[in-house]
Each structure stands twice: as structure tokens, then as C-alpha cells.
Design a protein around this ligand. Structure first.
Ligand SMILES: NC(=O)c1ccc[n+]([C@@H]2O[C@H](COP(=O)([O-])OP(=O)(O)OC[C@H]3O[C@@H](n4cnc5c(N)ncnc54)[C@H](OP(=O)(O)O)[C@@H]3O)[C@@H](O)[C@H]2O)c1
Length: 329
């Protein structure tokens, strides 16, 4: 495993981050523990979750389940000091008007709840899951700064923020001397480039934010198991993934990845991750796995980088606006 600094901070994280949205949903607790064991055994130290995982998956499911699984595992393996735990706040966690959002009232209670579920007295990276435009940014950042001062949180991050709101947050931290967002978590993959690349990527580069993209394999599409003439893979996400990417241009990307992967003796998934890891703006893609086998299939992406010709070939195949090029590049 290789390690990278998270943005301008001194925090070293593995260049693959383990996503845990699947825990307690499509991976039961025993499998989730095996996945975390395999990840740490391979040198991984960076684990991402959220308080709302997984509150959308039927009756047996509830927000906080993934954090609880991680908390029990960390306690059993006595490995708290060896892992960088990232979680998120913003979504609906309890009934009532303050059960969600980024108000001081919600953040303070939600953070204590996450600490309890994770079996820890500090969170390494506490992220706002998505923006809350009904709460003044000063209120959110002051509350988060107080958590940092209290030692409950070490670093702050933002996910899914539009670039203008992220920039507003950086200005606000600067103006009032508050802890700032040091890391950004966007959706980003070969299939979803524009949403991050056009505005937020140059912002992150210029202001030295760490970048930890989610869904780097486009939910499984970029593993190569979705084939032009193949059967629908057995995945709860297959329907949605096929609806978005199961078209001529999507399969064209898979075919290019397959050919590059074959030349390099790698897999399609590893090559899709190598495209991302070859971009110096990126800190660590967050990979999700339902089985240890899936995780082991993607781990060899660490240290794998693409050359200029391979990058060009993939960038051309996934170009989103013809001849578009940022004028500041
Ligand atoms: N901030 C946010 O709003 C946000 C949103 C979404 C996710 N996230 C974070 O990002 C993490 C990753 O997201 P994601 O699950 O969408 O990422 P992803 O890496 O794009 O997709 C992971 C899925 O691909 C399939 N897969 C992975 N490796 C495979 C392999 N080797 N062979 C075949 N199939 C494979 C599995 O799904 P199947 O087995 O079902 O095919 C797996 O669950 C989450 O766990 C979560 O921590 C954050």
C-alpha cells in the first residue's frame, strides 16, 4: 500500500480509502469485519462511513448501523490508533425539526452519537455530507471549530458541496480564524467527470484540499462485469447502473479499459482506479466492496499509474464537452 498526505495537512492516509456504505446493507457484519481485516492487512488505514448509513434499506436498516459495525470491530481488534476514521453529518438521524441539517444544535448531538457508535473519543475526519443552505455557513463552521477545539474531531471535510459554497466556507474559516475544510469528497469517476472537474477540481488544487472521490468504479460498472452482450450482474444497484451507463459510450469505455488492462496485466477495475490515482489532485478514491474477493481484486491498484498516452486515450473517450478546456489550465 502507498500513502499520501491528505491535502496540505500532515495526515498520511492510504491511497485507497475503504467505503462502508455496504456494511449492514449488502454486506452483513461478519463479512464487513472480514473486509476491514483484509484492508488493514494490505496496509489500508483510511475508512469512510456516514451516520446515515444505511437508513434506506428496508425495515432492518437504520442510520448508524455502519458506524456501529466499525465501532465493534475497532474495539475488538484494538486498532483505533492505527486507522483514520472518517464519518459524516447532515442527513436525517432523529425525528423532529432539528433531526437533520448543519445547525449547531444538530451537529453537536450528531457528533456525540457518532463517537458513541464508533466506540471512540475522536473522529479523524468529520465531513459535512452535503450543503445545508438554510443554515448560515458561520454557524456550521463555528460549531465544527468547537468540536476541533474540544478534541472530538481532528480534521474537517465537505462532501457534495457546490464549488461556490465550498469556496464560501474557505473564506469564512479564513476570515474568522476557524478550522477549515481540509478535504473534499465528490462523486468522481471516468463515467462522472464534469461535476468535479469543471469547478471543484481547480479549487481543490489551488487551495490544497485533499480529494477523496466516492463511487470511483461508478458503483461497479467500471469493474467490467457489465458487458455489452452480457447478462445483468446480480447487484441491488444493477438496474440503476445500467440505466445510467449501459449504453454505447459506456461500453466503449469498458472496452478501452479492458485493452489497457490486458497490456498491463491488470484488471479493468484496477485500471479505472489507476486513471484516478495518476491525477496528483486526488488523495484516495473510496472503494466499496461487498466481499473480500471484490476488495482483493481492487487492492493491486495501489502503486499502479498510467502513462501520458493511456491517460489521453481514456480522457478522450470520456470527454464531456467537445473542445472544452479550462482557460486557467
Ligand atoms: N459522500 C457521498 O454522498 C457518498 C455517496 C456514495 C458513496 N459514498 C462512499 O463511497 C464509498 C464507495 O461508493 P460506491 O460503493 O458507490 O463505490 P464504487 O467503488 O464505485 O462501487 C462499489 C461497488 O462495486 C462493486 N464492486 C466493487 N469491486 C468489485 C469487483 N472487484 N468486482 C465486481 N464488482 C465489484 C460492488 O457492488 P455490487 O456487488 O453490488 O456490484 C461494490 O459495492 C461508499 O461505501 C461510501 O463510503 C459517499
Amino acid at each position: 500500500m502507498q500513502y499520501r498526505k491528505m491535502g496540505r495537512t500532515g495526515l498520511m492516509v492510504s491511497e485507497l480509502c475503504l467505503g462502508t456504505m455496504q456494511f449492514g446493507w449488502t454486506a452483513d457484519e461478519t463479512v464487513s469485519w472480514s473486509i476491514m481485516d483484509a484492508f488493514v492487512e494490505a496496509g489500508g488505514n483510511f475508512i469512510d462511513t456516514a451516520d446515515i448509513y444505511t437508513n434506506w434499506a428496508g425495515d432492518a436498516s437504520y442510520g448508524g448501523k455502519s458506524e456501529e459495525i466499525i465501532g465493534r470491530w475497532v474495539n475488538d481488534r484494538k486498532c483505533r490508533a492505527d486507522v483514520v476514521l472518517a464519518t459524516k453529518v447532515r442527513g436525517s438521524m432523529w425525528k423532529g425539526p432539528n433531526g437533520e441539517g448543519l445547525s449547531r444544535a444538530h451537529i453537536m448531538r450528531a457528533c456525540d452519537d457518532s463517537l458513541r457508535r464508533l466506540n471512540t473519543d475522536y473522529i479523524d475526519l468529520y465531513q459535512c455530507h452535503w450543503a445545508d443552505l438554510n443554515t448560515p455557513i458561520e454557524e456550521t463552521l463555528t460549531a465544527l471549530n468547537d468540536l476541533v477545539s474540544a478534541g472530538k474531531v481532528l480534521y474537517l471535510g465537505a462532501s457534495n458541496y457546490p464549488a461556490w459554497r465550498l469556496m464560501e466556507a474557505l473564506w469564512t474559516s479564513d476570515r474568522y480564524g476557524l478550522a477549515r475544510f481540509e478535504c473534499y469528497q465528490p462523486e468522481y469517476s471516468l463515467m462522472e467527470r464534469a461535476g468535479f472537474e469543471i469547478e471543484a477540481m481547480p479549487l481543490c488544487k489551488h487551495h490544497q484540499l485533499g480529494v477523496i472521490p466516492y463511487s470511483p468504479l461508478a458503483g461497479g460498472f467500471l469493474t467490467g462485469k457489465y458487458q455489452r452482450a452480457g447478462e445483468k450482474p446480480s447487484s441491488v444497484r444493477a438496474e440503476g447502473i445500467l440505466g445510467k451507463y449501459g449504453n454505447d459510450s459506456g461500453y466503449g469505455v469498458i472496452e478501452i479499459l479492458s485493452s489497457l488492462a490486458q497490456d498491463a496485466g491488470k484488471t479493468v477495475a484496477q485500471t479505472a482506479l489507476a486513471w484516478m490515482l495518476s491525477n496528483p489532485v486526488i488523495t484516495a478514491p473510496i472503494v466499496g466492496a461487498n466481499t473480500v474477493e471484490q476488495l482483493k481484486d481492487v487492492l493491486p491498484a495501489t502503486g499502479y499509474r498510467l502513462g501520458a498516452d493511456e491517460m489521453k486515450c481514456l480522457n478522450e473517450a470520456t470527454r464531456y464537452v467537445r473542445n472544452w478546456r479550462p482557460i486557467w489550465d
